[in-house]
Design a protein around this ligand. Structure first.
Ligand code: CA
Length: 228
């Protein structure tokens, strides 16, 4: 599954060259020419990273960043700044961007920073050791699970599938995503039907009513989505 990058930038030349560059690296790219549209696309598309210019029409980059963080949105943000003196503010607590580049910037440098952020977020994701939702508690280190405080038997494969769901919370996962990320190189002879039946088993274990699942929901024609 390719990562999504949202570029919020009002200068068409920069916007287009960033779009081309990211697409050629295999990312899925969304664009917005003003801050308000940027916020709306963030909510719709849930990008994995945002490139955010500071000087923007309607809502400037400071305001976009501040609003996202105030709403608890932790999507990594790289800000495009013009002046060095903006840097402290951008990275500071008030705004909470993850990184910045100063205009005019070098595309290669920006790409390196994007990749560094993705590396960090992936490391964080694989570090996932404990997770609770509803009445379920999961310990990925010890492979132990509980439901309403009672031991729940999950197979190692089911743990791995749940881990992927949790890492990609509220994102739609296809059966291919499970084959790639859970079965990996050994997935050649694994059918979609196998993925579905494991998911049915997980539902039986974690859902109060497996016929009306609240945590692992089906997205018709695409796959599944995990909701806390
Ligand atoms: Ca601008």
């Amino acid at each position: 599954m390719s990562k999504k990058i949202l570029v919020i930038e009002d200068e068409p030349g920069i916007l287009l060259s960033l779009k081309d560059e990211f697409e050629s690296e295999g990312y899925e790219v969304f664009t917005a020419e003003d801050g308000e549209k940027g916020l709306a696309i963030t909510k719709q598309q849930k990008p994995d990273l945002i490139i955010l210019d500071i000087m923007l029409p309607i809502l400037d980059g400071y305001e976009v960043c501040k609003r996202l963080r105030m709403e608890g949105d932790t999507t990594p943000i790289i800000m495009l700044t013009v002046k060095d003196k903006e840097i402290d503010k951008v990275l500071g607590l008030e705004l909470g961007a993850d990184d910045y580049v100063t205009k005019p910037f070098n595309l290669r440098e920006l790409m390196a920073r994007v990749k560094a952020i993705f590396r960090r977020t992936e490391e964080r994701a694989t570090d996932l050791t404990n997770y609770s939702f509803g009445q379920i508690e999961l310990d990925f280190k010890k492979y132990e699970a509980k439901k309403k405080g009672k031991r729940l038997e999950l197979t190692p494969l089911e743990f791995q599938m749940l881990k992927l769901f949790i890492q990609k919370k509220e994102q739609v996962l296809s059966r291919d995503d499970f084959l790639d990320k859970v079965w990996g190189e050994d997935n050649m002879y694994v059918s979609f039907r196998t993925v579905d039946s494991h998911i049915a088993n997980i539902r039986k274990k974690i859902e109060d009513d497996p016929s009306d699942p609240k945590h692992i929901v089906s997205i018709r024609g695409i796959g599944y989505k995990f909701i806390d």
